[in-house]
Design a protein around this ligand. Structure first.
Ligand SMILES: [Mn+2]
Length: 330
């Protein structure tokens, strides 16, 4: 069912008592910030709430209030760990364009009703209840409005994760998804106790040496096609091993190589552990990388998207760059 109004979602949150909240693999600021803000909002309503993720929380987000409440399935010692499902539990999936993206969260999803709250244009409406606002900068921005709808006081515990969600998904308020409303919400969050300077220090000025070394290696391998205005580079398993970098430290490389003036589109090709190539794309201006990524079964936002492709890094790079040149010339 398509929910047009946030009041319909607020009604569901009032009606149910037991909640499981989850989000996508490769957790980012919007995923974690939205999960924790909703966790505290539902706690205010005296609900039973659990936050469950497949992937480990990246260390830069460890400052978030409530972070220890998250059950991380990849960190469970007991390999047969399963989540106990209380009767009448509803699963809330945040910031995930499809259900596969949350990974295996060790529960029988078929026995649960699902509320799907997202802002990706490629969302498949997989929930029993779907609230998709593609104009919203982030799920965090949607949840702020939902909080108002539910009369939840925006405590500092809620303001910090919501501000984190918005600041990361807007690239510190510079991506094309940044609207006047985004600043309006940010204004209220800062008033409610979110400190922009402290929060961005945790997220952006908290690098390990390994991440910067990996960035250095990736920059040395960068290529630029001035005619089609594409910049691209690669991250191989060897590069990750040589620098002792963590997987999450590849985030940001694709944004860095978009910053050169000749680039309209940037691409990062990364060898992931399952042997596939993860392709991340960014664009400035009109070119829609969400539409482009769908050719390869991926998706995302107009200016930030990605996909995974089978094959070795050389052939995948050649194939995608050729397709991209073709798309950009049309
Ligand atoms: Mn998001």
């Amino acid at each position: 069912m398509q929910c047009e109004q946030l009041s319909e979602i607020a009604h569901l949150f009032n009606k149910y008592h037991n909640f499981i909240i989850s989000s996508h693999l490769n957790l980012d600021g919007d995923a974690l910030g939205s999960e924790l803000a909703l966790y505290f909002m539902l706690k205010q309503l005296k609900k039973e709430v659990r936050v469950v993720n497949r992937d480990k929380t990246p260390y830069i987000y460890e400052f978030l209030p409530g972070i220890d409440a998250i059950v991380c399935l990849d960190e469970q010692q007991d390999k047969n760990f399963t989540l106990k499902i209380l009767p009448e539990t509803i699963l809330v999936v945040l910031d995930s364009s499809n259900l596969e993206r949350i990974g295996d969260i060790s529960i029988n999803i078929n026995q649960l009703d699902i509320i799907n709250i997202d802002h990706h244009p490629s969302n498949t409406n997989f929930g029993h209840y779907n609230y998709i606002d593609t104009k919203s900068s982030s799920v965090g921005e949607i949840l702020f409005q939902l909080g108002k709808e539910m009369n939840c006081p925006i405590t500092k515990q809620i303001a910090i994760p919501l501000y984190t969600a918005i600041v990361t998904d807007t690239g510190s308020f510079h991506y094309a998804n940044t609207r006047a409303e985004t600043f309006q919400v940010a204004f209220h969050l800062v008033e409610s106790g979110a400190n922009p300077h402290l929060i961005t220090n945790y997220i952006y000025h908290n690098n390990d040496i390994s991440g910067l070394k990996l960035l250095g290696k990736a920059l040395l391998k960068m290529k630029v096609d001035k005619e089609s205005k594409i910049s691209w580079t690669v991250v191989t398993r060897d590069m990750i091993e040589e620098t002792f970098a963590k997987e999450e430290e590849t985030e940001g490389i694709v944004d860095k190589i978009l910053s050169i003036k000749e680039a309209q589109v940037s691409v990062l090709f990364r060898e992931v552990k399952n042997g596939n190539i993860k392709v991340s794309l960014r664009s400035k201006g009109e070119f829609n990388v969400d539409h482009f990524s769908r050719i390869f079964g991926g998706g995302g936002h107009p200016n930030a998207a990605g996909c995974q492709i089978e094959g070795n890094i050389k052939t995948v790079t050649e194939k995608v760059i050729a397709k991209l040149k073709e798309a950009l010339s049309n």
